[in-house]
Design a protein around this ligand. Sequence first.
Ligand SMILES: [Ca+2]
Length: 159
Amino acid sequence: MAGVGGPERIEVAANEKQVHVGKAQSGETWLFRASGRWRDAWIPCGPQGYRNFAADVLGIRPRVRQLPWFSLVGRFVRDTDQGVEEFCIGQEADYTFHDSGEVVVFANDLEDRYDNNFGSVKLRVDRLQPEPKLLSYLSSRSSSSPTTWRTGTTTTSAP
Ligand SMILES: [Ca+2]
């Protein structure tokens, strides 16, 4: 059995302050994979973002301070209003949710500088159930996922 439902494919526009992905349930792990390029004014980059040396010198940081400029960021808003988690997606990441809540994504830019953003990246999200099914899903992935954008092997480390 594959993940919880099929993969979702979402176009994340660089000029959107938040793009809705869906609702996460407690215990789920989501695999995020992003590809393509977008642009912050004249600076092109991928979903991993770029180094902004001038801003670093001036001490200016984007919305999620600790993550790279223009990296693809996920934000998890718990249903209980018990806080928000932000995590770097970049080109690829997985994230396990310990509560239920809404997931949104966005380019990590300054709050009021989205008007000069162009293009979009493609995001694929696979929702996985806890451990046993996750492992069987990963081992069956090579034969069951003809639509992945990147080829190559996925290495998993046993806990
Ligand atoms: Ca911008």
